[in-house]
Design a protein around this ligand. Structure first.
Ligand SMILES: Nc1nc2c(ncn2[C@@H]2O[C@H](COP(=O)(O)OP(=O)(O)OP(=O)(O)O)[C@@H](O)[C@H]2O)c(=O)[nH]1
Ligand SMILES: [Mg+2]
Length: 239
């Protein structure tokens, strides 16, 4: 089994090399692809230099800040093209701790998708202020009700997708970015009757670097979920 861990980055120079090292240390089957959107802080150059003596660390540079959703799409395409059996995604700010990777990989034995989940027993959020916890809880409640999803954490970006899932659901039809991209992925996967598993993670707020999420994204995501509820995507044929 060959697995690709996609790390989208925008100004993560303080985190990126330590993240790569910790991820690669978890399992010999793992390789890393950093999808960097021309970070002004030189994140891309650090990864390129790292790749010189670490063949398991790869870099995909994009010209400008094109958003998290399309960074995931670029990572999925790369993983499929390069023959990986599964593609994982994680934030590159240590909110998603690499030490959970073995649990996520183990879950893939009997699931098509695994999600590192804050909202299953044993999971949680360490140091978020009340308003962010509330927002995340509300977003998940709203999404689960409207889209009738059994998944507890629909907005977690800590995931592993099997090759078959990425080949089946039409990821390029997903127009939304950020949180609603993640919600729509879960929705499409669930509608195609793939097995979605969740394993608990303790999510911790970033220590280094700054947040890139903007407030308008929250409203766009809420609208997008509503839209998906009334106009569901076509169910693709499986395999
Ligand atoms: N390639 C790429 N990566 C991005 C973009 N926006 C954010 N990222 C990365 O996506 C990951 C998640 O972004 P964060 O800023 O941590 O967003 P968040 O976790 O929702 O917000 P915080 O909890 O405040 O950190 C990080 O690794 C970012 O560097 C983008 O436009 N392009
Ligand atoms: Mg973060």
């Amino acid at each position: 089994m060959k697995s690709l861990v996609v790390l989208p980055t925008y100004n993560e120079a303080e985190n990126v090399l330590a993240m790569i090292d910790e991820v690669l240390a978890q399992d010999p089957s793992l390789e890393v692809l950093v999808v960097d959107d021309g970070s002004p802080d030189g994140t891309g150059d650090l990864v390129q230099a790292k790749g010189v003596d670490e063949p398991r660390a790869r870099l995909l540079r994009r010209a400008g800040k094109l958003g998290l959703g399309t960074a995931y799409l670029a990572g999925f395409d790369y993983g499929l093209r390069e023959g990986f059996d599964q593609v994982l995604t994680m934030d590159c700010d240590f909110s998603h701790k690499p030490s959970y990777l073995p649990n996520i990989l183990a879950g893939m034995a009997d699931h098509d998708v695994m999600i590192g989940s804050r909202y299953v027993p044993g999971g949680g959020i360490a140091n978020w202020p009340f308003h962010r916890r509330f927002l995340s809880r509300f977003a998940n409640f709203y999404t689960r009700i409207l889209l009738r999803l059994p998944t507890k954490d629909c907005t977690s970006g800590f995931r592993c997708y099997s090759r078959e899932v990425l080949e089946t659901i039409n990821t390029h039809e997903i127009r939304s970015s950020g949180y609603s991209f993640l919600e729509e992925m879960v929705y499409r996967i669930h509608r195609s009757k793939f097995r979605i598993g969740e394993t608990p993670i303790l999510f911790e707020d970033r220590v280094l670097g700054t947040s890139k999420i903007d407030r308008s994204e929250i409203f766009r995501a809420a609208f997008h979920v509503l839209h998906a509820a009334f106009f569901p995507p076509k169910r693709p044929k499986r395999g």
